[in-house]
Design a protein around this ligand. Sequence first.
Ligand code: TXA
Ligand code: MG
Length: 338
Amino acid sequence: MKVIDLTKNTKDLESKILPAVYAIKKGDLVIIPTETVYGLAADCFSVSAVNKIFLVKKRPYRDPLIVHISKKSQLSLLVDKIDHRVKKLIDLFWPGPLTLVLKKKKIVPDIVTSCLDTVAVRMPEEKITRKFIDLCNVPLAAPSANIFSRVSATDLPHILSDFKDNSDIKYVIYKGRPKYGIESTILDCTDYPFKVLRFGALEIEEIIKKTNFKIIESKNFKLKKAPGMYKKHYAPLKKTFMVKDLLKYVEKNKNDCSGDIIVCKNKTAEIIKKINKNIITIPYGNTLEEISKNLYFCLRLADSIEGKKILIETVENRSLGKAIMDRIKKASAGKEII
Ligand code: TXA
Ligand code: MG
């Protein structure tokens, strides 16, 4: 696996990423940057290439993949017709971190969609991703670039720690840390009202504000509609818990907490340091935007250092906080310390 580093110099971009384009054309895998998290990409029409994604990630075949396109016209390769509401979403939010689940064309291989009659499609905001798809001249199936159920990768060390010695992945196109740091929002658009299948980087409130559409946020979908929604996901290897009133907890358990790793707001971390300096704190920012950008990064860091267990401070469950809380709940498999 070779690293194509685009962090320092983006001159001559095309010739730099061309070897990775050839790898895709040959049916190999490439790790691509996006504005959300890194993706593990393959030609979406090549069954053998897509199969490698499942094997390399150790991902169950029942968990379908998102197909990434570089221009709106490519959508017609994947789906037959779109209604006026879907068109409005596309016009307003693509390119961007919004994935739409639509009725698929037969030509989309069953392995990509786990035999569903729908396909999830998104057009990334990150220009390099779209340039790369353009050069590949084919939509790319790409799940997040991490071993199944682990924390998604938002930096090069995360990618290397999961896949360093893998021979099916030929290149990593490295572009630094993604703008959002959390996955795209997924909407099921096969019926109206639309349904949220995954809270993500684009706030549902913003979609509703700009479209006036009815969007259902219920969590009780049949597994068939949202096959990838597992209770434990995005999870560190260390024992992980979420804590609502973290300061109260630390205050009460001052000495027991020595050696714990606490992922929390910057302002919480400052106070904890004063209570017991042997508690390791990893601050994830103060605003919801900062927290979404840093959460996975901090969880990966927490997992890579010595410590007893990880405690994550929860956030308010509104706007971007819904996506963050979804990840915190899954990282801790719903285990809460009160
Ligand atoms: O931001 C993102 O969306 C990132 C970047 C790389 O684009 N990708 C990503 O992919 O998060 P992944 O595979 O980690 O998550 C895709 C989710 C899964 O939970 C899967 O079940 C769901 O999308 N999904 C894919 N196709 C679907 C379909 N046809 N119906 C319902 N859910 C689907
Ligand atoms: Mg994932």
